[in-house]
Ligand binder design. Structure first.
Ligand code: MF3
Ligand code: CO
Ligand code: CO
Length: 259
């Protein structure tokens, strides 16, 4: 494929700044995550933070999406719409997904949060999902096939008794919200295009406790839930292919080394 954008150094620097801001918005949101708080309130705080930092929440108005983040609780796989009526309770697990536009550049990241004591299964699902993302990131090297990201993720999720959501994917990102290529989280070994230095894309595996299928809420047209209403978890980073490996552009904690 030749329609995957190779970013210039200036674009890379802009996308890194935006990515760092999106990650900071998640850290800022953490203090508000507790039982009794609505996801609408958390979204308001995230929006305030993004605007105060001279950026725009990319989701607001995107294909009619109404809010500044996606907050997906328990069986919600992705695209949960924050609302004053959705109140967090003890034992909940939730993903908060933030995409910022800073000086025209997009940064996209999400991670899991927990409310009080969670079940051992929920904890295992979260840990396995984070490890799936990390295994995907390890596959980011020039010359490697995009399919090997999904191959590594699927193998590990399956070995742990979980399933990989195949109806939502990672994506090229940076100049636009969703660019080529589509980054599958379950794929055949050595399938798909090859990675080249300067490509930037997300890896954002959604891992289900039960069956892999999802259903979109008929009323709001966005909220995707697992078909069996079992738990789902997700982590997302924006990643640059370097000359020799990768840089995680949404890593503000030095969780990953630049390779
Ligand atoms: N941030 C999500 C992603 O990782 C996209 C959300 S689109 C929305 O691709 F419209 F649902 F907000
Ligand atoms: Co994304
Ligand atoms: Co996202």
């Amino acid at each position: 494929m030749n329609d995957i954008i190779i970013k210039t150094q200036e674009q890379i620097d802009g996308i890194r700044k935006s990515g760092h801001l999106a990650a900071q918005a998640l850290d800022y949101a953490e203090q508000f995550v507790e039982a009794g708080v609505s996801t609408g309130f958390i979204d308001d705080k995230i929006e305030e933070f993004i605007l105060k930092n001279n950026a725009i929440p990319a989701t607001k108005g995107y294909n009619g999406y109404p809010k500044s983040s996606c907050i997906s609780i328990n069986e919600v796989v992705c695209h949960g719409i924050p609302s004053q009526e959705t109140v967090l309770k003890e034992g909940d697990i939730l993903n908060i997904d933030v995409t910022t536009i800073l000086n025209g550049f997009y940064g996209d990241t999400s991670r899991m949060f927990t409310v009080g004591e969670i079940s051992p299964t929920a904890e295992k699902l979260i840990n396995v999902t984070k490890h799936c993302l990390d295994l995907g990131i390890k596959q980011v090297v020039p010359g490697n096939h995009f399919g090997n990201i999904g191959f590594a993720i699927h193998r590990f999720a399956k070995a742990n008794g979980f399933s990989v959501v195949y109806e939502f994917c990672g994506h090229g990102v940076g100049i636009d919200f969703h660019e080529e290529p589509q980054v599958d989280h379950a794929a055949r070994k050595n399938s798909g295009p090859k990675m080249k230095p300067g490509m930037i894309f997300t890896i954002e595996p959604m891992i289900n406790q039960g069956r892999p299928g999802t259903r979109i809420d008929k009323k709001d047209g966005w909220t995707a839930r697992s078909v069996d209403n079992k738990l789902s978890a997700q982590f997302e980073h924006t990643i640059l292919v370097t000359e020799t490996g990768s840089e995680v552009l949404t890593d503000i904690h030095d969780d990953y080394s630049i390779t």
